[in-house]
Ligand binder design. Structure first.
Ligand code: ADP
Length: 717
């Protein structure tokens, strides 16, 4: 018997005896019949960043969290974690950092009133003592619109206590025009006190005392907005340099901002493995960029090209470090240095090119030094106009590193930066935390969903940055990502054989057949459950594994597309793949394949996202766009975007998937089991779910508006 090849399936060879595939039968249509009826954000600094905003200003919180953990060993902290910039789990031997002359002490905390100033400070000289940061008007609208409780029916005996529902008070970064007179920040205000501007979901029953939330007018009130010059500085952008969701976000957001009449440019590293086939008219535009690095400078060339209409600059350094010619984007011991260099180079490029954007928007730890450079170096050189916005896509990766990066990038006063109120890591006083620096120095910080904003600040998901978020909570909030409706559109998608839409859903089932054909799955009446994602523990890999067997047991088919830079994880999944190689109902594709991902989104019936934590999650959003019903854990952005068919408080027509609360196998089974049962026993209901999912607007339209409001807000400070 020929075994199924375990490699790429683009040109699959027959691998299974016909009899086995046929045994599952193809007589019944694998399409649920047509329905017979309806189924059941310290405020942005004025001009200068909020540097030095005393962490103690968080009032009572400071007493708990402001005491730095004493170092146990002297260490170098250059990240050695599995993903670049991740907080190291242990100190790295053999790379002792250059310690400050005197061991850093916890910064004496100024009185709370010190953060009340709102005037625009003059540019600060590099030798100026630690400034007290102005805290202005509450910028982020803090929303109490927590997701509703999601009981798990299959676990009737262990009633899920609406975990997190009452406690969930996601922060929504619905920026509003600055209040004329900002309230003083005396202490960390309870989330509830901030006004909600946009109610996504009903208030949980557990929080009946919540006041009626005033509606934010920005969405509904057209108003004149001058065109802005916005520069995105990012390590990734789809499709030219994509590892995960960050790439999609930059791709989608830039387009939305441009559509709204703004001038948008993106700066990326010129990786050797860029998808050059997606870059139009690439040409050298700046040949003589010298970027300060250690005592000297590195010569760079800057290229310009269009990526699906987006204006992009690509920086190519010429040095022995060979920063970006390594065949892949991340995964190198010097990742922190590579992106510190890129951040400095991007700022140097803007400066030398005479660009003075209204807003510089940077992303994740890789470019979190940009606001630091802006306010510590370039404002003294005349770049006083731009404001800085940082979006954090995942708090797990922070760029925790040694002191070397200061010397390399020209931040020459270690005593200034190795300060608890600036870049010093909250746990290791001998380490710098680039992401923390970005939070401190940016005028506004967003993360990618209101629920995740809450979880990171108050729900223990901040990976040590909770106190920093508390200090800067007035300029912190969550904006749910959108998806690019041009790239992800079943009506126009060229990656799929049959295009379809809400009005002609049946085309989806031609794609289901095509998917089965491509992956050599049996053509039968079973539902296809899919998983697409990085094979990272964050994604709930043990539950993914369990879901494969559970799905097969419950009469479904399972398709997985994923890869990991971790050899151990990859090996595990290769083992699983071999084990299931002969199953006509299961296919695991270990690798990254954008093309196949489109076919899976179109051809699968359900998309599983059982994450341990999930800042936003794009897979469930894309899945819904393609009418693939999400089965997700109620966490982060998943809880903000998926509403359980059976237990949501939302009206029936808004329910779009299945959820479970508890991260364990029974939890997963409770949601997946219901989904499969609905597919088999209530196909009309299942079809309505598909329609509900497809009807939702998860485009960049709304998040684009939110970001523009944030930009407007910080520009006025
Ligand atoms: P994260 O940013 O944590 O990786 P998201 O859900 O936000 O997760 O975004 C994942 C994006 O990457 C989606 O567009 C998804 O389709 C894509 N993706 C993830 N893994 C793969 C893969 N192996 N092949 C193709 N696309 C993938």
């Amino acid at each position: 018997m020929a075994k199924r090849p375990t490699g790429s399936k683009k040109a699959p060879a027959p691998r299974r005896p016909a009899s086995k595939a046929k045994a599952t039968g193809a007589a019944k249509p694998s399409v649920p019949p047509a329905p017979s009826g309806q189924p059941s954000a310290a405020a942005p600094p004025s001009k200068a960043p909020e540097v030095g905003a005393p962490e103690a200003a968080a009032g009572h919180l400071s007493a708990i969290s402001e005491t730095p953990t004493p170092p146990t060993t002297p260490e170098s902290t250059t990240s050695n974690a599995s993903r670049p910039g991740e907080r190291p789990s242990s100190t790295e031997p053999g790379k002792a950092p250059s310690k400050p002359a005197t061991a850093p002490e916890p910064t004496p905390q100024p009185p709370i009133g010190a953060i009340q100033a709102t005037s625009t400070p003059a540019p600060k000289g590099p030798t100026e003592p630690v400034p007290t940061a102005p805290t202005a008007a509450p910028a982020a609208e803090l929303s109490t619109t927590g997701p509703q409780a999601k009981p798990e029916p299959a676990r009737a005996t262990e009633v899920t206590p609406a975990a997190g529902a009452a406690a969930s008070e996601p922060v929504s970064a619905k920026a509003r025009p600055p209040a004329p007179q900002p309230p003083p920040v005396e202490a960390e205000a309870p989330l509830r006190e901030a006004e909600s501007v946009h109610i996504e979901e009903p208030v949980p029953a557990e929080a009946p005392e919540l006041p009626a939330e005033p509606q934010w007018e920005a969405h509904h009130q057209p108003h004149y907005r001058p065109s802005l010059f916005i520069v995105q500085i990012s390590p990734e952008m789809a499709p030219v340099a994509k590892v995960g969701g960050l790439a999609d976000v930059v791709f989608g957001l830039t387009r939305e901002l441009a559509i709204r009449g703004n001038h948008v440019e993106t700066i990326l590293p010129k990786y050797d493995n860029l998808r050059y086939d997606h870059i139009y008219d690439m040409q050298q535009v700046f040949n003589d960029l010298w970027v300060p690095w250690y005592g000297g400078a590195i010569h760079c060339t800057v290229y310009f090209g269009f990526v699906h209409g987006r204006k992009c600059f690509f920086i190519e350094p010429h040095s022995g470090d060979n920063f970006f010619n390594r065949g892949s984007i991340y995964g190198f011991a010097d990742d922190v240095m590579r992106y510190a260099f890129f951040s400095r180079a991007a700022m140097e490029f803007l400066f030398k090119a005479g660009k003075h954007p209204d807003v510089i928007h940077c992303h994740d730890w890789q470019t979190a030094l940009v606001p630091v450079f802006l306010y510590e170096i370039y404002q003294y050189l005349g770049m006083t106009h731009p404001r800085a916005c940082l979006t954090i896509h995942n708090f797990k990766h922070q760029g925790v590193t040694g002191m070397e990066v200061l010397r390399a990038t020209g931040l020459h006063q270690p005593e200034r930066y190795v300060d608890y109120n600036r870049l010093r890591d909250n746990h290791n006083p001998h380490a710098l935390n680039l992401l923390k620096g970005g939070i401190v120095y940016s005028n506004f910080v967003t993360t990618v969903s209101p629920r995740y904003a809450f979880e990171t600040k108050d729900g223990g998901q901040g990976f040590g940055l909770e106190p920093t978020l508390h200090t800067h909570h007035m300029k912190y909030g969550g904006v749910v990502n959108g998806i690019d409706y041009d790239a992800w559109n079943p009506e126009t998608d060229h990656h799929i054989p049959v295009r379809y839409g809400l009005e002609h859903i049946d085309g989806k089932y031609d794609n289901k057949r095509a998917l089965r054909h491509r992956l050599m799955l049996a053509d039968n009446d079973k539902p296809i459950v899919a998983f697409i994602g990085r094979l990272d523990p964050q994604k709930g890999l043990d539950l993914v594994r369990h879901a494969i067997f559970y799905t097969l047991e419950r009469g479904g088919q399972f398709v997985l597309l994923g890869s990991s830079p971790d050899h151990g994880i990859n090996a595990d999944f290769w083992g699983l793949k071999r084990m299931l190689n002969d199953s006509p109902d299961c296919h695991l594709e270990i690798g990254f394949d954008e093309d196949l991902s489109h076919l899976i989104y179109a051809g699968a019936d359900m998309m599983l996202v059982p994450s341990r934590f999930e800042p936003c999650g794009l897979t469930q959003l894309i899945a819904m766009r393609y009418g693939t019903v999400p089965v997700v854990r109620a966490i982060g952005g998943l809880a903000d975007t998926v509403f359980d068919k059976d237990f949501s408080d939302r009206p029936l027509h808004e329910r779009n998937g299945y959820m479970f609360e508890t991260y364990d196998q029974p939890g997963l089974e409770s949601a997946l089991g219901r989904a499969i049962a609905c597919y088999y026993h209530h196909p009309d209901h299942f079809r309505e779910l598909i329609k509900n999912a497809m009807r939702y607007d998860y485009s960049w339209n709304r998040p684009g508006e939110d970001y523009l409001n944030i930009y407007d807000y910080i520009r006025q400070k």
